[in-house]
Design a protein around this ligand. Sequence first.
Ligand code: CUA
Length: 158
Amino acid sequence: MHMHKFEKVWLIFGVAALLVFLTVLGVSAFYLGNQPPSCLATIDPEKVDTTAPFNEPGLKKVEGKDWDYELVFVAQAFAYTPGEVEVPLGAKVKVIATTKDVIHGFEVAGTNINMMVEPGYISEHVTVFDKPGEYLILCNEYCGTGHHMMTSKIKVVE
Ligand code: CUA
């Protein structure tokens, strides 16, 4: 079979690119341990109020973990609990969220925190709040008539 030179070059390029991408994916998943952000931890959405840590939403100092604080949020149409929370400047925080009813969003404006909060699952994100100020938390998944009013606030204070 005759193949044009450029066709061969592109074929080799394509296969090589595929191998590079698969290698990157494999190293990321199996060596660095990266996994999809949710769908790992599950929870009974009917029992959120009585399941730790969601029985006590808010900021909690923790010891012996890779982060200093855990910031627990419960989403429910059409509000988050807590409705406002203070976080010390520079703290390494694991944000942990779940929902009691439908799918909600959890976007912290001005940061790269943007999670989907799904009933039955726990969404987590570890971050450092290194700039003081007020950060608005928004629901960015349409969840019903009060969707546009669903907000909370993180105040990063010294
Ligand atoms: Cu909750 Cu939109």
